[in-house]
Design a protein around this ligand. Structure first.
Ligand code: UD1
Ligand code: MG
Length: 496
């Protein structure tokens, strides 16, 4: 046992079921709410109680599920369930696989069983279950809830003195038993030895022809063990996602809880109903989130920053005191006191320095922008490096793609570029250089130079009156003094 794994001997997460009601090519437990798959939430809760071993029982779409687990929790043991159906068989398979890890000794102590499709269960409630189980020296402790409609669930059977005697599955229950509203959540703490011995005696002799885990309770009691229940008032924590209606309801409730927790931690959320925060996001005190803001993945927002309205950030680091307005961003870093938006598209690899600015109608990708530099309006900056205190004029573009390869643009510090400057990469602009409006920079610009792309401007006077005689332009031009006679005179030109 490693020092950080001081919890129960094992958590077994059951996830072999098909989840047909989702009507999906994606296995049910890989569907996501709040930035994690359903099974991701289950494993996260399981990890919080620091089990010495964590096993996940799979069968349906086994390879897809195993690949996902390898991604999110590679230390979890994947256990294959055989053709014998039922939750009891699933747990038996897990116990065998866990015992095989340590051939010299059988698993002993507390074994927790949970489901892969119960995403709102918290580590806190699991810890309560384990604490109550161990304090009572129980053989089995089952987590239950009292529902107004218990249809479909296993019912908790209690003796006259209130002690738990067993669980009856809905399909096997009598009418009187179906009136019981206390239900089995499917989440339990077991003594490993009792679990192993009882499962050996569980049959498939029931309405569904399955090996029921629930039969362990009556067997454990008959063998003299204490069987008890922890009743939770919080039905959301034991609710499974079986179809897309439940998935959405669970997603909304998870979000409501996440948003509320952040408000209690000192974050202002102006409109909780339109603010969506993944379980994986972190926020500092005094962050302000304005309506219609979605924060996803590994996004972090530092103190005093304001995000929104109407912003979606995925894996974005927002620095202290930064402002991000109407922005769609991913894989980016926004420095302290920097400002972004409105109507800004930050693509992966955007790094904006402190007090910098990426303004309206800008798209950025794979660009590092130094402290205090500003890209205020209308442009594209990609595959580029921009120094400090540089001002990029309106409508500037890095032309980074030659049709086959991407090339880099390097712009120094203290640079001032005119409107509509185009940087034809690969190209470098030295510190303190200037460009004039419409410059097309194809060759490197030395520090401090002014770069102009000269094109002649030609005015052909009287052209509109001669060629668009009946137009509104012609009548307004005539009223302003234009005449057709001058159309035959040589064009006046001006160096641009
Ligand atoms: C089970 C319980 C029931 C409880 C309900 C709570 C049994 C016999 N019944 O019923 O008392 O009220 O959960 O939701 O345990 N699974 C496997 N292998 C299997 C069968 C199921 O891994 O062979 C997994 C499923 O993927 C699922 C969980 O176990 O995550 C529960 O299976 P499900 O078929 O939904 O059980 P219920 O019949 O609803
Ligand atoms: Mg079932």
């Amino acid at each position: 046992m490693s020092p950080e794994n001081t919890g129960p001997a094992a958590v077994i997460v059951l996830a072999a079921g098909a989840g047909t009601r989702m009507k999906s090519r994606t296995p049910k437990i890989l569907h996501e709410i709040g930035g994690r798959s359903l099974v991701g939430h289950a494993l996260h809760a399981a990890r919080t109680i620091r089990p010495q071993e964590l096993a996940l029982v799979v069968r349906h779409e086994r390879d897809l599920v195993a690949a996902h687990i390898a991604d999110i929790d590679p230390a979890a043991l994947i256990v294959d369930q055989d053709e014998v159906p039922g939750t009891g068989r699933a747990v038996e398979a897990a116990l065998e696989a866990l015992d095989a890890l340590h051939p010299q000794r059988q698993l002993s102590g507390t074994v927790v069983v949970t489901y892969g499709d119960v995403p709102l269960l918290t580590g806190g409630l699991l810890a309560e279950l384990v604490a109550s189980h161990e304090a009572g020296h129980n053989a089995v402790t089952v987590l239950t809830a009292v529902l107004s409609d218990a249809t479909g669930y296993g019912r908790i059977l209690r003796a006259a003195d209130g002690t738990v005697t067993g669980i009856r599955e809905h399909k096997d229950a009598t009418d009187a038993e179906r009136d019981i509203r206390e239900v089995n959540s499917g989440i339990y703490a077991f003594d490993a030895a009792v679990l192993r011995d009882s499962l050996a005696h569980v049959t498939t002799d029931n309405a569904q022809g399955e090996k029921y885990l629930t039969d362990v309770l009556a067997l454990a009691r008959a063998a003299g063990g204490r069987v008890a229940a922890v009743v939770t008032e919080d039905r959301w924590q034991v609710e499974g996602a079986n179809d897309r209606v439940q998935l959405s309801a669970l997603g909304a409730e998870l979000n409501r809880r996440t948003v509320e927790a952040w408000m209690r931690a000192g974050v202002t959320v102006v409109d909780p109903a339109t603010t969506w925060i993944d379980a994986t996001v972190t926020l500092d005190e005094d962050v302000r989130l304005l309506p219609n803001t979605q924060l996803h993945g590994a996004t972090t927002v530092a103190r005093d920053a304001v995000v929104g309205p109407d912003s979606t950030l995925t894996d974005v680091q927002v620095g202290e005191g930064a402002k991000v307005i109407r922005t769609h961003g991913s894989g980016s870093t926004i420095g302290a006191k920097a400002s972004v938006g409105p109507f800004t598209y930050l693509r992966p690899g955007t790094v904006l320095g402190e007090t910098g600015k990426i303004g309206a109608f800008y798209e950025t990708k794979n660009v590092t922008i130094g402290r205090g530099s500003k890209l205020s309006h209308l442009g594209y900056a990609g595959d580029a490096e921009i120094g400090e205190d540089t001002n990029i004029g309106c409508g500037n573009i890095t032309a980074n793609y030659d049709g086959e390869k991407k090339h880099r643009t390097v712009i120094g510090s203290g640079v001032r570029t005119g409107s509509n400057t185009v940087f034809v990469a690969p190209v470098q602009v030295g510190d303190g250089a200037y460009s004039g409006a419409g410059a097309v920079i194809r060759r490197d610009v030395p520090p401090g130079a002014l770069v102009l792309s000269l094109a002649q401007q030609q005015n052909t006077e009287g052209w509109v009156l001669a060629n668009r005689p009946d137009s509104i332009s012609a009548s307004l031009a005539a009223a302003a003094g234009a005449t057709t006679t001058s159309s035959s005179t040589p064009a006046s030109t001006e160096e641009g």
